[in-house]
Design a protein around this ligand. Structure first.
Ligand code: SF4
Length: 694
């Protein structure tokens, strides 16, 4: 513990880790943080915090931070520190040269869910208006893109339905593919309070997560499904609802599209979707599925919470739509205590998606193919936006390997470590003529970059993050940018150097432009956020203080649409050579690839990634607890330490991906969600062998 003495002042800001979006008072002495104190009036956290937000902010001043721009002609050259002007001129010249020779669609970029809404908005604007292409994507591509797709298809908007407070009115919680005590700790505490007060819990997860059984909380049902069978399980639950007379027919008749319901009802009541028929696929006893479905449908307010265990599959979008079907069929939409709620991973996943970071959508999820929408942007930006969707991130990487895509701007993401099939990602980066990275540290991806533009930590940022409940929170700077430039200014300078003058006096001006161009943000301004603390979008003339619960009287799309959700098994199959299934997740003290948390005292709680393996599987391989083991898949191999535990079922192994030494994504597959290309991180056929003796 470092004693910084007594604070002289405090600044209210927002945690930059997970999608809960806790508010903190940064207690300061000059530009030094003395401590972070959770804000009792924080809309998302009400005075609570976790070990990441409370203690793991020291990375902002870590000596590894790069604060000077750097360039190099080839990735084999040494970095050369340069001025901002020289770095921006160098990047602009390279992008211009590619554009002149190969066209604007040979360049593009990705935005970051770690950055503010304002920073994301200007980067996607730079790519569309200055690069001249719709080749823009977001790191949400690899986590919650299926949420955006699935909820838009069924409900009409790409966001969760409830505020966090809603859980306090839930009677039954269906928690599927999420582990909130590790991933979203402050929300998990809220959920636990409700469970201790008597709400029932159904956990659907291959692993026995803490909420299955922890002090004073015990799940009524743990549906320990085989990895990769979410859609089959959700269909089985819905089959029971529909065939046992548990559906809310009045809600369906009043609120939902009748023809989509008729088609779905015929599909889901087919005996092939009965729990007994699907038990050999899911591995979940049919009697447990029936009991869980009855509890969710008849136990009062039923709330669904889910995470990356739903989305990061080859049928991620199908599973999201299946959950929406289940909620509509039981009338669990449009009031406190119910809904379909994605637990977003990063602090601003929701915001980065809202800000127009998808190649087919401008801000507010409006398609680039819509002429009226494009005309609105053209009027403000003074430049035409292309009508054709651009490339998604995985397609950019594929095109780079083929030589068709040659330059990329990467805002705050370490794709060489975080994206699946690491070898392919590295080959794509290596093939490009211009890779520009904006980040805090020289990460794994920087090894393939030609330009490094130093980024700012959340303690230097001025703007907004949007959390998992659509709450727009202010992020306020407690120190000047250590780089000498704000990230939004860098994007403006690069756009200007590319021939598209872009200028703002302050991030509030960027938010004003977002509000002018984005109907769901129409009533948002820094002035309002400072006055009210936060607001949840949609924030409009009709709802000037925001909208905690959506779809109350009607769905955003009008009538709720049921979607047929046929189960299609993943192409990733176990075999004699790869007989186990690897699935991945996070732990409480660490965050994603660990770039921040590994540079704080939190690393002491988790110095390495370990492989959880069932004692039976370990015994068959002669593996003892603590042995070093090799983890191999069809894609690659890595090594890590074995931890024997029956938290994982036989046939399944589990690890985290916080440490680059493990490089867990060396083994993950190329398979991805059929609708959104979100990678199938959660299912990889592997073999585990003992690497050496202790
Ligand atoms: Fe930060 Fe999430 Fe922890 Fe809150 S729960 S302090 S937002 S990491």
């Amino acid at each position: 513990v470092i004693d910084h003495g007594q604070p002289t002042h405090a600044v209210l800001t927002t945690c930059a880790y997970c999608g809960v979006g806790c508010s903190f008072k940064a207690e300061m002495q000059g530009e030094t943080v003395v401590r972070m104190v959770p804000h009792t009036d924080g809309g998302a956290n009400e005075g609570h915090s976790c070990v990441k937000g409370r203690f793991a902010w020291g990375y902002a001043t870590h000596p590894d931070r790069v604060t000077t721009p750097m360039i190099r002609a080839r990735i084999t050259d040494a970095w050369r520190p340069v001025s901002w002007d020289e770095a921006i001129a160098f990047a602009a010249a390279r992008f211009k040269a590619i554009r002149a020779e190969y066209g604007a669609d040979a360049i593009g970029g990705i935005t970051s869910s770690r950055c503010t809404n304002e920073e994301v908005f200007v980067v996607q604007k730079m790519i569309r208006a200055a690069f001249g292409t719709n080749n823009v994507d977001t790191c949400a591509r690899v986590c919650h893109a299926p949420t955006g797709y699935g909820l838009k298809q069924t409900f009409g908007t790409s966001a969760g339905t409830q505020d966090f407070r809603s859980v306090e009115a839930a009677d039954v919680i269906l928690l599927i593919g999420a582990n909130p005590t590790d991933g979203h700790p402050v929300f998990a505490s809220r959920m636990k309070r409700r469970l201790r007060a008597g709400a029932k819990l159904i956990v659907a997860d291959p692993r026995r997560i803490d909420l299955v059984r922890s002090p004073h909380v015990e799940a009524t049902h743990h549906l320990a499904l085989r990895p990769g069978t979410n859609v089959a399980l959700i269909n089985a639950l819905a089959h029971v609802v529909m065939t046992e007379g548990l559906a809310d027919r009045a809600f369906i008749a009043d609120r939902c599209d009748p023809s989509s319901f008729a088609e779905w009802a015929a599909f889901i009541t087919d005996p092939r979707h009965a729990p007994e028929a699907l038990e050999p696929i899911t591995g979940v006893p049919a009697a447990d599925v029936r009991a869980a479905a009855r509890l969710y449908a008849t136990g009062g307010n039923g709330a669904i919470y889910y995470g990356l265990g739903i989305t990061e599959h080859s049928q991620g979008s199908t599973a999201v739509m299946g959950l929406a079907n289940l909620a509509m069929a039981t009338g669990n939409i449009g009031r406190p205590g119910v809904g379909v709620n994605p637990l977003r991973g990063q602090n601003n996943v929701q915001g980065s998606c809202d800000m127009g970071s998808f190649p087919h959508e401008l801000s507010g999820y409006r398609p680039v193919s819509d002429e009226a929408v494009r005309a609105q942007f053209q009027a403000v930006w003074g430049v035409a936006v292309g009508a054709e969707p651009g490339l998604r991130l995985p397609n950019m990487l594929d095109a780079a390997v083929d030589g068709r895509f040659r330059g990329m701007f990467i805002q705050g993401e370490d794709i060489a470590q975080s994206d699946p099939n690491t070898r392919h990602v590295r080959a794509a980066l290596e093939a490009m003529d211009c890779v520009v990275i904006q980040d805090l540290f020289l990460n794994e991806t920087a090894a393939f970059a030609h330009v490094f533009l130093p980024g700012t930590s959340f303690l230097e940022k001025d703007g907004t993050f949007t959390n998992a409940e659509r709450r727009i929170n202010r992020v306020r700077p407690v120190m000047r940018p250590k780089t000498g430039k704000h990230e939004w200014q860098v994007a403006c300078d690069l756009a200007t150097a590319l021939g598209y003058p872009m200028h703002y006096d302050h991030p509030s001006g960027i938010m004003d432009e977002i509000a002018a161009l984005t109907p769901t943000f129409a009533g948002v301004s820094f002035e309002k956020l400072d006055r009210l603390g936060s607001v949840q979008w949609p924030c409009t003339d009709a709802a000037p203080a925001g909208t905690p619960i959506m779809h109350r009287d009607h769905f955003v799309r009008g009538e709720g649409r049921f979607m047929v959700t046929a189960f299609v098994p993943t192409e990733e199959r176990t075999s004699r050579a790869f007989p186990l299934i690897l699935t991945t997740g996070r732990i409480l003290t660490q965050y994603n690839v660990g770039a921040q948390t590994r540079r704080t005292a939190n690393v002491a709680w988790h110095a390495e990634d370990v492989l959880e393996i069932h004692p039976h599987d370990a015994e068959q391989r002669g593996i003892r607890d603590g042995d070093r083991v090799s983890l191999a898949s069809r894609m690659g191999a890595t090594s890590l330490t074995a931890r024997l535990t029956d938290r994982v079922p036989q046939g399944v192994v589990y690890t985290t991906f916080h440490h680059p030494e493990t490089a867990a994504n060396v083994v993950t597959t190329e398979h991805s969600d059929w609708a959104t290309n979100c990678p199938e991180y959660k299912v990889t056929a592997v073999q585990v062998t003992r690497a050496n003796l202790r």
